[in-house]
Design a protein around this ligand. Structure first.
Ligand code: BES
Ligand code: MN
Ligand code: ZN
Length: 513
């Protein structure tokens, strides 16, 4: 991964391939953001004017490259747009910094080192720049025959698409404890988000429940977590009817992974549960062409949970965080669950499977019941659960449902704080009766209208009594099919990891009830 350093060099003295400066939209045209003073000086104080001449406006995501002026030690100056300039006295919004750093880092692919001279007035701002740059520099090349930049297949990279190798944050006080801690956190967090992205981007012929579980075991060993894997035999013995019912049509049997970070001084335990469908064909209720091309992403919830737990361990957070990865492949075959079949879940409840494409709630139900048995202080599940949530909120927001209004509000606020877009959704009780089944305790489908909420109501039935629980439906933001923007690449995004990690930090600090 791209290296991150704090540098005492100024924008004028840094030796690198490029120096990155921020530009914003001011009331009277382009303004140069703080941090770029030395660069502006080299341009005779006319950097804003030069950029305007080149057509720059300061708009978010805009990248303008120009040859450096005399007095600078880098051949290139890259000006990145920050959007509207803040009101006098206010600093730049951290999410604007994160996005700008991401756009700049991506535009510098193929370079070795860049100095980032963006406004970093405090440690949090420096961390945002670092986070954005490391996330924006991400590329996924493991399956390119030239293996650009990954070295995994033993071939040399082609030098073109290799990610920016080093990000040096200028003006970032390397000897200041807060700056150091914040950038170390940014590094661990970005590394884990990029790990989640790698897992999501890995095609389903290279990632199945078994190999996903092995990845979790390897990371647990590396970072000192405890991992346990229930294989198909253990799942049968334990009566995990949801996981088994979804996985039985596949040649690759299901797994339930428990991966735990514990801290000796922790007095709270957070359980995180992730949907890990390594491929969702829909099963016998097969998805039509046009709806299955990106379904390798259906394990994004499990990837987010996995990444968040490992981050908690890497940061040594004073809270216990238990991750549950509900892994299965949803395939049609002679052994697959049929529409109309009844499953007996781990909780003992019976479910009539009316639509085998509503599989996420089945694997999650077993994992939620199992997680509840340990009586955690809260449970959060993350899942690419419904197309209905994408219709409701689009591709940038995840939906938040909960059995506790205050908890839902907290999650929403935390997401805002870390720069993840989300929106609270209701859980209308009247939708429950749509899932009444003539043969079983509940059906896995109900009203089509409000389908995302119906799915949430289904999950709620499997939460242990009295445990605060929230459900994040990330079907929209988990996988990005459009052009890259800010620090969001094409493909897996790592949606929800930042929210989960901040939730763990808040829980450790005793901020949440
Ligand atoms: N994995 C899908 C949901 C999804 C859709 C994720 C689009 C990402 C992008 C899920 O398993 C699914 O198929 N849900 C069905 C449920 C329905 C059959 C009740 C849906 O949303 O159509
Ligand atoms: Mn499905
Ligand atoms: Zn699915």
């Amino acid at each position: 991964m791209t290296a991150l350093t704090l540098s005492t060099s100024s924008a004028a003295t840094v030796r690198a391939d490029a120096v990155v400066v921020g530009v914003a939209k001011g009331a009277k045209g382009v303004v140069v953001a703080p941090g770029a003073e030395a660069v502006d000086k080299a341009f005779g104080g006319k950097l804003a004017g030069v950029l305007e001449t080149l057509g720059a406006s300061g708009a978010e995501g805009e990248v303008t490259k120009l040859p450096a002026a005399d007095g600078l030690k880098t051949p290139v100056v890259l000006a990145v747009g920050l959007g509207d300039a803040p009101a006098k006295g206010d600093g730049y919004d951290h999410e604007a910094l994160r996005r700008a750093a991401g756009s700049a880092a991506r535009a510098l692919a193929g370079s070795k080192k860049a100095g980032f001279a963006l406004p970093v007035e405090d440690a949090e701002a420096a961390a945002a720049v670092g986070e954005g740059a490391l996330l924006g520099a991400y590329t996924f090349t493991a399956f390119r025959s030239n293996g650009a930049g990954n070295g995994k297949n033993g071939k040399k990279n082609d030098g073109k698409s290799a990610p920016l190798a080093e990000v040096a944050i200028l003006g970032g006080k390397p000897r200041d404890k807060e700056f150091k801690a914040a950038t170390e956190r940014a590094q661990a967090l970005a590394a884990e988000i990029n790990r989640a992205r790698d897992l999501i981007n890995t095609p389903s012929n290279a990632l199945d429940p078994k190999s996903f579980a092995a990845e979790a075991q390897a990371a647990a060993k590396e970072f000192g977590l405890k991992a346990e894997v229930l294989d198909e035999k253990a799942l049968k013995k334990g009566g995990y009817g949801g996981l088994l019912g979804v996985g039985q049509g596949s040649e690759a049997p299901p797994r339930l992974v428990r991966i735990a970070h514990t801290h000796p001084k922790a007095d709270k335990t957070l359980a995180l549960v992730g949907k890990g469908i390594t491929y969702d064909s829909g099963g016998i209720s097969l998805k039509p062409a046009g709806h299955n091309e990106t379904m390798k992403c259906d394990m994004s919830g499990a990837a987010a949970v996995f990444a968040a737990v490992v981050t908690a361990a890497r940061l040594g957070l004073e809270v216990n965080v238990t991750g549950w990865l509900a892994l299965a492949e949803n395939m049609p075959s002679g052994s697959a669950t049929r529409p109309g079949d009844v499953l007996t879940m781990y909780s003992g409840k019976t479910v009539e499977v009316l639509n085998t494409d509503a599989e996420g709630r089945l694997v999650l139900a077993d994992a939620l019941t199992r997680a509840s048995e340990e009586e955690p202080d809260a449970i959060v599940d993350v899942a690419t659960l419904t197309g209905a949530m994408v219709l409701a909120l689009g591709h940038r927001h995840f939906g938040i449902m909960a059995n506790d209004d205050a908890f839902r509000t907290s999650i929403h606020e935390i997401a805002e704080e870390v720069g993840e877009q989300s929106w609270p959704m209701p859980m209308p009780e009247h939708l429950r009766k749509g899932m009444d089944s003539p043969v079983a305790d509940i059906a896995n489908m109900g009203d089509r209208m409000g389908g995302g909420l119906v799915a949430g109501l289904f999950l709620k039935e499997f939460i242990g009594e009295g445990i605060p629980w929230a459900h994040l439906d990330i079907a929209g933001p988990a996988f990005h099919e459009g052009s890259p923007w800010g620090y969001t690449p094409k493909g897996g995004t790592g949606s929800a990891v930042r929210t989960l990690v901040r939730l763990a930090e808040r829980t450790a600090a005793g901020d949440l009830g």
